[in-house]
Ligand binder design. Sequence first.
Ligand SMILES: [Zn+2]
Ligand SMILES: [Zn+2]
Length: 243
Amino acid sequence: MNIRFLGTSHGVPLPKRHCQSFLIETDGGDYLFDAGAPVMDILINENYDLKRLRAVFVTHMHSDHFTGLLDLTCLASWYYKDMNFQVFLPEQGGITAIKSYSAAIYSNLSKRVQLKLFSAGEVFSENGFTVLAYHTDHMDATSNIAYGFLVKTSKKSVYITGDMHRTLKDFNPLLATEKTDLVVAECAHFEPSALFEKLKDCKTAAVAVVHVFPVEKYEQLKALAPKLPFKMLFPNDGDVYKV
Ligand SMILES: [Zn+2]
Ligand SMILES: [Zn+2]
């Protein structure tokens, strides 16, 4: 599979970096993880075959992971009529927001765009492509909820941390025992050294660090990279990695 980085920024966009969004491309179709970037604009700009999109998964309801979905779902409904995909949201508020936006712009949400709530555990599985959600404490100051995702095919697996708690108490312990091919980790809510302490025990072939704030942390992360027993990658928007 390929992972295409559509947006690698933290809470707000930066020059040449949209907010968080990644597309995982497989032979059987593609899957979007978070939609903080203007996803539809980017895909159109890349002459992407929109029929390939099978499902969208949102880690949590912060704007830097969600707002691109408003346009994606509405444009798929009224204009791009060969699109047909499911959207998995962690809270009812996300479903309400998409429906309200659609109504406000005098658009009807198509049945081809299916909005679904998910919770921890297996979220989705088709043709050997499986997504499992793991709770994080990123939003523990409120009653809201946030998740990381483990994405598996028969041969490969990718873990997306989502946004985590400032103490990293919710860094998924599974990553120290289960082999993964790539971990996509955020680095906005804690120091790079704290993330390094968690990463060094991971049984992964590589880590891609995204959602970095402030951007000065890139230098600290690059200094730590040679001490890890696997590759540390620093994707920019538009980069594609083969997993
Ligand atoms: Zn975020
Ligand atoms: Zn967040």
